[in-house]
Design a protein around this ligand. Structure first.
Ligand code: ADP
Ligand code: MG
Length: 363
């Protein structure tokens, strides 16, 4: 007989026109979202507080009933399936361990609920604790562990019964920065080893960027963008997405035609139409913005925006230069150390970039 082992095939989870209203007077907490989560994918729901991330996760796991729409698991509607029959793992921000149980008893809890025989359970618990580097800690109580270790116990408990989907609701938000980074790596490794579908919630954009295959950006109960971290960073379609994921120089000018963008009496080259409307902003990421001291030294074909340097900070491998553009908007450039342009605050400069390094975004 095969010995029991942790691990399952990741499932496909599809959200179809999913809505949740808590009260008829309030706007929907989740407003007609659609999302097709692939088997084994690491997808992150990213958005500001109150944007509907937790409500979405709770509907997927089965704690919250959708007002309308449906959830499909491998093509089968599970919208009305009780949580315990969905067999999904869940990890919360506050660990939610049982304080009076040992670490091993905590991890064994889902197996007891599923009436797994003792010997098999002991083997699975041992494997799960090894998986999160807590082998040998099984007899401790939660209060004898650090916050990071407690969250590892919660992770072990969430995967010990080989769920096909693991849902994580801001699991690292209570930890300090260093611990958060080490647990991020741990979670990524767990994902790669187990092959489960991970649905991860965070409001931390860096965390979302480093962990995810794809990110779904939430705003006011809606999914406003879905894509890989690189797609969303380099080709955002709205100002909200551009501002939410990374930093941008945002130029509020007018899109005139497929050749011309007007900003502060300047005419810039554009090679895209965006959504076609006049009222689009043009954004340039800080590492794509160059700085020159006069317009003559700007490569031909570049778009230019005169600015004053307001601050320069040194970060070891790069300089960060804060800028005030001539329309009084502010921006920034990130220049590698060793670049000739080391400037002092107050210096007048010409910010410039290539048209292919800009993006038109909707309001
Ligand atoms: P997030 O996790 O993105 O911070 P939530 O899903 O928790 O967002 O909340 C979305 C909206 O739904 C918020 O306006 C919140 O106040 C509301 N909400 C969440 N849970 C409940 C509840 N149990 N009853 C009433 N309103 C709720
Ligand atoms: Mg939340």
């Amino acid at each position: 007989m095969n010995s029991p082992a942790i691990g399952a095939t990741g499932a496909r989870v599809e959200l179809v026109d999913l809505c949740k209203r808590y009260g008829t007077a309030e706007p929907p907490a989740v407003d007609s979202i659609a999302l097709d989560i692939q088997p084994g994918e690491f997808i992150t729901l990213l958005g500001p507080s109150g944007s509907g991330k937790t409500t979405t996760l709770n509907m997927i796991v089965g704690f919250t009933e959708p007002t309308s729409g449906r959830i499909e698991l491998n093509g089968k509607d599970i919208s009305r399936t009780p949580a315990h029959k969905r067999n999904f793992g869940m990890v919360f921000q506050n660990y939610a361990l049982f304080p009076h149980l040992t670490v091993a008893q905590n991890v064994a809890f889902p197996l007891r609920e599923r009436k797994v025989p003792a010997a098999q359970s002991a083997k699975l618990v041992g494997d799960a604790l090894e998986l999160v580097d807590l082998g040998g800690m099984g007899n401790r109580r939660p209060h004898e562990l650090s916050g990071g270790q407690q969250q590892r116990v919660a992770l072990a408990r969430a995967v010990v019964f080989s769920p096909s989907v693991l849902l994580l609701d801001e699991p690292l938000s209570a930890l300090d920065r260093k611990l958060r980074q080490s647990l991020q790596r741990e979670i990524k490794r767990l994902h790669d080893e187990l092959g489960l579908t991970f649905v991860f919630v965070t409001h931390d954009q860096d965390e979302a960027m480093t962990l995810s295959d794809r990110i779904a950006i939430f705003d006011h109960g809606k999914i406003v963008a879905v894509g890989t971290p690189a797609e969303l960073y380099h080709r955002p379609t709205t100002q909200f997405v551009a501002r939410f994921l990374g930093e941008s120089n945002v130029f509020a000018g007018r899109y005139r035609s497929a050749d011309v963008y007007e900003w502060n009496d300047r005419k810039w080259t554009v090679r895209e139409t965006g959504d076609g409307t006049e009222n689009q902003a043009l954004i340039v990421r800080p590492e794509r913005l160059q700085v020159a001291f006069d317009e003559e030294s700007v490569p031909s074909g570049s778009n230019v925006a005169p600015a004053a340097v307001t601050d320069v900070s040194f970060y070891g491998t790069y300089y960060r230069i804060e800028l005030a553009f001539d329309d009084n908007s502010t921006g920034m450039a990130v220049l590698p150390v060793g670049a000739p342009a080391v400037v002092d605050p107050g210096t007048r400069v010409i910010a410039h970039w290539r048209p292919e390094d800009q993006v038109l975004v909707s309001q």
